[in-house]
Each structure stands twice: as C-alpha cells, then as structure tokens.
Design a binder for this molecule. Structure first.
Ligand SMILES: Cc1cc2nc3c(=O)[nH]c(=O)nc-3n(C[C@H](O)[C@H](O)[C@H](O)COP(=O)(O)OP(=O)(O)OC[C@H]3O[C@@H](n4cnc5c(N)ncnc54)[C@H](O)[C@@H]3O)c2cc1C
Length: 369
C-alpha cells in the first residue's frame, strides 16, 4: 500500500492541529469570514516546508514530496475542513490544480513541474469551468491556437509528438469560479486545441493573463474564487500536458474518483466539527433540570443520528481510498457516492448543530451556522 507510514501521518496531522491551535483562533477565522479575506500568509506557512509543507503530502517522493496516498489526503482534508472550510479549499485547490499534471504529464513534465511546486511551495489553480460550460465541460470555448516555427499562427492540428512544427500555443478564453484564481502562482487551463480539449500549464505573470476580483461568496469565504481572462497568452509547446492534444477531458475524468473523495472528506471534517460543538454545548447547558446530553429526545434527534451518518460515510470514504491506493483507476462513481453521502451527512450535522445550540447556534460567534 502506498503512502505515509503511520508515524509520519500522525506527525503531519499533529503539526497541523498545533498550527491551527496556535495561529488560527476562532476570532481570527470569524474575521476572515466576515471580511471575505484570503489569508495569504496562512497558506504560505501551511506550504512552507520549514513550517508544515502540507502541499508535499500529495507530491510523489521522487519529486521531493512525501508521496501521500488517497487515504492520507482524505485524513488531511478532513482535518483541514474541521479547522476552516475556506482555508481547506485553498489547500485542496492546489491538489486539484496539479491533478492534470499528475495524471497526464510526460515523465519530464512531471519531474519539472512537480519538483517546482514542491520546492517553491506554489499555489496552483485548476481552470476548467467557463461561464457557458459548467456541468457540461465538453462545451468549453477557450481556444489554444498553435503557433508555428516561422511565427505564423495557424489553426491546423499539428501533433506535437510527431513533428517539431509547433513551438507553442496562444491561449484565449475565460474561466469562471476558479478556486485560488486570483492568488495562484501556477494554473492548469483547459482549452480546445485543434486536436481537442487539452490542458496547458500557465504561469501567473504571463502577458495577456488577467484575474477577476474575489467573488463575494455565501460560504468558504476565506477561499479565493475568481474568474480568469486570457487573451492570446503565449505558452511554449512543452506546456501542453502530456504533449498530445485532445486528452483533456479524459485527464479531467481520471481524477474525479480521487478529488470527489477529498470533497467528501470536507463534509466529514466540517460536519464532525459542528457535531463536536453541539456535544460540548449539550454537556454544559442545563435545561429542564439536567444537562441536555441527558435528554434522549435531544440526543436521539440532534446528535446520535448525525454521528451514525458521518461514520457510515467515513467507512465508505475509507473503502474507496483503499481501492484507489490498491491501484484501481477511475472510480468516478464510487467517488461521487463518497462525496454525496459525506457532504449530505456533513450538511445535516451542521443544520442540526444550529438547532442543538438554540439561539446561540444562529449567531456567527458559536461557529455552527
Ligand atoms: C466555490 C466554488 C469553487 C469552484 N472552484 C472551481 C475550480 O477551482 N475550478 C473549476 O474549474 N471550477 C470550479 N468551480 C465550478 C464548479 O465546478 C461548477 O460550478 C460546477 O461544475 C457547476 O457548473 P455551473 O456553476 O455552470 O452550473 P450549471 O452547469 O449551470 O448547473 C446548474 C444546476 O443544474 C444542474 N444540472 C446541470 N446539468 C444538468 C443536467 N444535464 N440535468 C439535470 N440537471 C443539471 C446542476 O446540477 C446544477 O444544480 C467552483 C465553483 C464554486 C461555487
């Protein structure tokens, strides 16, 4: 089984818990949420190898990472989400942004980009969704136009692997709702090349590349979500992930089992955190002559079923993680089931926690709403 040994995993989780305890007190998290602020420094510290080096968990050892498994990533995602879903989303977005490289890049590209992400602790964003292409990604309209050796732009499909004619591409298009969109240093960008949808790697400061303002969201407000605007952004041909056009949608599909598992772990982490707060409240709050945790009408409605649902979802997540770590590929459906059951369970736990805390549950200070 790949992944971290027990001791290393526990060390990563303990260090993260300690960091959250020391640096992310409730007042600070509430303020970030209120101000709709992305905490750049926190993300830098989370990624800094001298602090935590959290991004190293998903990078293979051969490229300077820790080589975490799906199981490890689920554990880290769950803990991150229990601390703050917005900050967790910033971390997850780098995992997601790197996925096209993990799945589709050539060995040389992997070595170069994964090592760079590991060494320079880069924030990465995943640019797939467009204003007109959301659930139906196949209708995307961003374009990658090949540039030939003599400098002329052509629309002709030239398979890069079979001849050396394409020196680069000009990327044009708009992306919508991109996590880390305004703050990443590196982007994976899905665009239609002559050979079909393909992923490209784009650096933050490429000429012609603009980022939109941070969206004012309903939740996960400490994460940065922004639109991307590309106008004739030139990238060298070796920025085409896998060096073959037309693999983009298959590469996006290939990681869904894995990425949905991470989102499921978010539901688990956030749901359990809300439930823990409800349990603590019930152990202290006296109503009707006893603490609420002594009242079965309360515990059997608001606490116990949530614990059961969350733990059932955990079993499913762990089962999918084991299969992925055992070498099975895809598992998109299983990933979707994990995501659905865990996020539904998490949402229900959060809703019940609001009820469990009575009037206190309805105000931000108690951090369950
Ligand atoms: C906070 C946040 C962060 C995000 N981060 C990223 C990111 O980092 N990178 C990225 O690429 N994208 C990101 N997204 C985009 C996200 O993946 C899309 O929002 C999602 O794919 C849905 O697309 P859409 O918003 O266009 O909704 P639509 O496709 O318009 O869907 C609207 C509704 O219709 C339903 N629906 C759609 N098609 C059908 C159908 N055929 N039959 C029945 N019902 C249907 C959907 O389930 C949904 O309920 C993010 C979104 C949010 C909100």
């Amino acid at each position: 089984m790949p992944g971290l040994d027990h001791e290393t995993r526990e060390m990563v989780l303990d260090t993260l818990k300690k960091y959250a305890h020391d640096k992310l007190p409730p007042e600070y998290l509430i303020q970030l949420d209120h101000d709709d602020e992305f905490p750049t420094q926190v993300l830098q510290e989370l990624y800094d190898p001298q602090h935590l080096g959290l991004h190293l968990v998903f990078i293979p050892e051969e490229y300077g990472g820790l080589g975490g498994s799906a199981y490890d990533i689920y554990r880290v995602s769950e803990l991150m989400a229990s601390i703050d879903l917005g900050i967790a989303t910033g971390v997850l977005a780098t995992f997601l942004g790197t996925d096209p490289i993990t799945v589709g890049a050539t060995p040389e590209q992997k070595k170069y980009w994964m090592s760079k992400i590991a060494d320079e602790a880069l924030l990465v964003a995943y640019g797939a969704t467009e204003p007109q292409a959301g659930s139906d990604l196949g209708t995307l309209s961003s374009k990658a136009v090949p540039v030939t050796e003599n400098g002329h732009v052509t629309g002709k499909a030239v398979p890069v692997t079979e001849n050396g004619h394409v020196t680069g591409y000009k990327l044009t298009g708009r992306k919508q709702w991109i996590s880390n969109g305004g703050v990443a240093q590196l982007y994976t960008f899905l665009a239609n090349a002559p050979g079909g949808p393909s992923w490209f790697i784009v650096e933050r400061d490429a000429p012609g590349f603009e980022k939109g303002k941070q969206e004012d969201k309903h939740g996960i407000r400490a994460s940065n979500t922004a639109a991307l605007f590309l106008e004739d952004v030139y990238v060298d041909a070796d920025r085409l992930v896998g060096m073959v056009e037309g693999q983009g949608l298959a590469q996006a599909q290939a990681v869904f089992g894995y990425t949905r598992l991470m989102v499921g772990a978010f539901g688990l982490g956030a749901g359990w955190e809300a439930l823990r707060r409800a349990i603590r409240y019930s152990q202290e709050r006296v109503q009707g002559g006893a603490t609420l945790d002594k009242k079965q009408g309360y515990t059997h409605k608001l606490i116990v079923p949530n614990a059961a649902r969350l733990e059932a979802a955990r079993s499913y997540i762990e089962w999918v993680a084991e299969r992925l770590d055992g070498g099975e590929e895809g598992l998109q459906t299983e990933g979707a089931v994990a995501k659905y059951t865990a996020t539904e369970a998490g949402n229900q736990a959060a809703e019940d926690a609001i009820q469990a805390l009575g009037g206190y549950g309805y105000v931000k200070e108690y951090m369950v709403e």
